[in-house]
Structure formats: structure tokens, C-alpha cells
Design a protein around this ligand. Structure first.
Ligand SMILES: [Zn+2]
Length: 442
């Protein structure tokens, strides 16, 4: 080979190499762009069962409700309206709405193919510039589902799984609707008897139950435990929510704590509203389901001890459900009652430092109790009572992780009962609890 010849050809060879390098880089860049908006979604809905039979009459289970004994520091009277915290978050739609979602641009926001300020919403119809290999069939393959999803607010339901198809309706607020199919991009739902499609990243949660209303399902004697994992950014924390009581109490006895010879009724049916007669167990479930949704939206994994009213789960069994799930916070939702109808306000309950069953959980449980109490008081403006430390609660004594009972307010007090049954007020309570839980884990 002649060296001169090689030297002559060299510039052409090098030039050719550089050119092809540039071409390759351009191709890679285009490839990346196409992959950018892969939806992030994990959702798990698992189910477990706690077996039990034997329904029985109600009994005084947890003494908290009956003994609400307003102790010393209670001035009652006018109460209620004192706002020592902020007036609470006055958003109308706290449940399932993620912070910073787009409410302002309503109709246009998810749709606007021109401005497109909202990155996380529906994908814009792919501009024809990029030579994509026609619509991926993946979008048309649906995994069968038979459950319920909650949407963000201001989202479109469409005729087909594509932004090119017509809009059936725009959901102004977060809604829970039936889901029949799923893939990473599109979720098939049934809305007002019509089959529609919603862009999957606009779905915030997956649930087994259709509504807030866990009506008795007819002699259901076992509790359904549902585990719902956030579809947003999971924060790694597991919370167990225990909606206090159930349709019918169970006066059979169980030990007050592990190894205790002292026995207590398994579970009572709770108190009820003085004026309306609305049962506490229903209120507890209503608020608990809202709380579940809020926590899931915040990235928590949530385990419910029950999600219907007609169950038979004792207080120690509820603690066991929380322990088995590895709950890092066991939050028990109750409402209070007192013979003195002027008594009102919020309190939380945990064990004492000397509790012989699980005193080692005192510090964390007290911290959780303080955080929940303070935040509920500031979100609702309700009267702050105190953290009651007691070792008389079966469900606390059997707990294997940080635990608190929230007594949301007094159903024996006319004004507070009215508030407790009010949807907006319940939402404030829920925000307070969720903020308290956030604070606890901070
Ligand atoms: Zn109760």
C-alpha cells in the first residue's frame, strides 16, 4: 500500500465517519423524545380476609365514647367557633385532588393542543413531524378489570382510547367510577352506562368499593381488608385506618391485652347522634373512606380494617390487621359522646408510658396523637381537648406499632353533631388527619 494514497483518502474517510456519527446522534435524540412520556403507575389492590363468625348484641366496647367525661379542662358552652388555627383549607374538593392541579383553566386545560401548558395531562395528538410507526396496538389491548377508579378533577372521558376521539364529558371534579379495562395509556370505564376512556395518568386511585357509603351487604360476617396503594409517587409509608365499631356490636369477651386475664367486650356498636340518631359506626366509615382516598392521593399505602359496616371484627383483631400489614401508623377513627351535651371538641387517645403490653410504643404513639390532634384542630377550628393516655383500650393494647384513636367530636353536642355530618366539615377533618400523619412521618 502506498502511504501517499492513504493520506489522500484519509480526509474523505474521516469526513464520512463524522457525518454518520451526527446522523446516529440525531436518531438517538428522536428516540428519547418519544419515550419521555411513559406513564408512571403502580397500583395494587389486594384482599385478605379475617375470619370470624358469631354476631352478637352490642356492648360497651371501647369506653372512650361513653366515658367522654369531659374531665377538668372543659368549659364547653359556646365553644365550637373559636378559631385558633387557620380557618382550614377551604378547597371544595380536597379528596383525590392533587396539590397544584389545574383548576383554573378548566375546559381547555387538558385539551389545548396549542398551548399545552399542562405536561402531566393527556398527551397531545402526536405531531406528524416525527415518523412514528403508526399507532401502537398496545394502546388497544386492555387488561380486564372489575373495580373502581378515582379520577383527578377536570379530566375528559372519551369515546375511544385516543385524544383524536370525541369527548363524552368533562369531569369537573374528582369522581369514582367503574373500571372495566386498563393499559398503561388508557383506562376503560363505565360512566352513566356508557363505555368511555380516560387517559390512565389522570387516574389517581383504585378501589374495590363504589361509593363512600358502605351499606350493610347483608349478614356479612367477615371483614374485608383492602390494601390500596397510591398511584402517584409512593412515599413508602403504610397506614392502617380503623373505622371504629360496626353495625352490630359483639359482646363476647376478649383479653384487654396480650396475656391479660382481664376481659372486655370484643367490639361495641358505638354511640349515635343525639339529634339525628345517625350511628357513629357509619360516620366513622364515611370519614375513614375519605381519609383513605386522601392518603392514597398523597402516596401512602393504606390498609382498612373494614370498608363496609356490616362486619364482625373485634378490637384486638383490628390491631392484628394493622400489625400484619406492617402499618407504621394505626389510626382509629371514632366520634365521642357525653351526658353533658355542652361538651364538644377533639381529642386523641394513646397508651400510657407504663402500659404493660406495649409501653415501648408510647413515645411514637404520643407523637402521632399530638400531630393528628393539632392538625385536626387547626383544619376544623374545633375546640382542642387533649391527648388522653389510657391503658383501657383493647385495640391500643394489642397494637404492635404506633397507634392513636381520634375522637373527631361529640355527637351528643347539637352543633358539633351537625358539623360532623356535614360533608365539607368531614373534608376538613380528613385534611387535618392527613396533615397530622404527614407531620408524624416528617
Ligand atoms: Zn367510638
Amino acid at each position: 500500500m502506498n502511504i501517499n494514497k492513504i493520506l489522500k483518502v484519509m480526509p474523505y474517510v474521516l469526513g464520512g465517519l463524522i457525518l454518520s456519527l451526527i446522523v446516529v446522534m440525531i436518531i438517538i435524540k428522536i428516540g428519547e423524545k418519544e419515550q419521555i412520556q411513559t406513564p408512571i403507575q403502580t397500583e395494587v389492590t389486594a384482599q385478605a380476609k379475617t375470619g370470624k363468625d358469631a354476631g352478637a348484641d352490642e356492648a360497651l366496647g371501647e369506653q372512650s365514647d361513653k366515658s367522654g367525661k369531659d374531665a377538668t379542662d372543659d368549659t364547653g358552652k359556646t365553644g365550637s367557633k373559636t378559631t385558633d388555627g387557620q380557618p382550614g383549607n377551604s378547597e371544595n374538593e380536597p379528596i383525590g385532588v392533587e396539590a397544584g392541579t389545574d383548576n383554573e383553566s378548566s375546559l381547555i386545560s387538558n385539551e389545548d393542543p396549542t398551548g399545552g401548558s399542562e405536561v402531566e395531562d393527556e398527551p397531545l395528538p402526536t405531531p406528524s413531524a416525527t415518523p412514528s410507526p403508526t399507532p401502537t396496538p398496545v394502546e388497544l389491548i386492555f387488561e380486564d378489570k372489575d373495580d373502581y377508579v378515582e379520577t383527578k378533577s377536570d379530566v375528559n372521558l372519551r369515546v375511544g382510547p385516543s385524544t383524536d376521539t370525541d369527548i363524552v364529558t368533562n369531569l369537573k371534579t374528582a369522581k369514582r367510577i367503574k373500571r372495566t379495562g386498563y393499559n398503561e395509556k388508557w383506562t376503560r370505564v363505565v360512566y352513566e352506562d356508557k363505555e368511555c376512556y380516560i387517559y390512565t395518568p389522570l387516574v389517581t386511585g383504585v378501589f374495590e368499593e363504589p361509593t363512600e357509603d358502605g351499606n350493610a351487604t347483608g349478614g356479612k360476617k367477615t371483614g374485608t381488608v383492602t390494601l390500596t396503594q397510591g398511584v402517584g409517587t409512593p412515599n413508602g409509608h403504610i397506614v392502617c385506618i380503623d373505622p371504629g365499631h360496626q353495625t352490630k356490636g359483639n359482646s363476647d369477651k376478649e383479653p384487654l391485652g396480650p396475656g391479660s386475664s382481664e376481659m372486655k367486650a370484643k367490639v361495641s356498636s358505638g354511640t349515635s347522634g343525639n339529634t339525628t340518631g345517625h350511628p357513629e359506626y357509619k360516620l366513622n366509615l364515611t370519614v375513614s373512606l375519605k381519609l383513605r382516598d386522601e392518603l392514597v392521593a398523597r402516596g401512602y399505602t393504606v390498609v382498612m380494617t373494614r370498608d363496609v359496616n356490616d362486619v364482625d371484627i373485634s378490637n384486638s383483631e383490628r390491631a392484628k390487621i394493622a400489625a400484619d400489614a406492617g402499618a407504621q401508623a394505626f389510626v382509629r377513627i371514632h366520634a365521642n359522646s357525653s351526658t353533658d351535651t355542652s361538651v364538644n371538641g377533639v381529642e386523641t387517645i394513646c397508651m400510657t408510658n407504663e402500659n404493660k403490653y406495649n409501653g415501648e410504643l408510647y413515645a411514637s404513639s404520643r407523637k402521632l396523637s399530638d400531630a393528628v390532634l393539632n392538625n385536626v384542630v387547626s383544619s376544623t377550628g374545633a375546640k382542642k381537648r387533649y391527648v388522653w393516655e389510657t391503658d383501657t383500650m383493647t385495640g391500643i393494647n394489642w397494637a404492635e406499632g404506633p397507634v392513636t384513636i381520634l375522637e373527631m367530636g361529640y355527637m351528643s353536642n347539637k352543633e358539633e353533631e351537625e358539623k360532623l355530618l356535614d360533608d365539607d366539615y368531614q373534608n376538613k377533618i380528613v385534611l387535618g388527619i392527613a396533615d397530622g400523619i404527614d407531620e408524624y412521618f416528617k
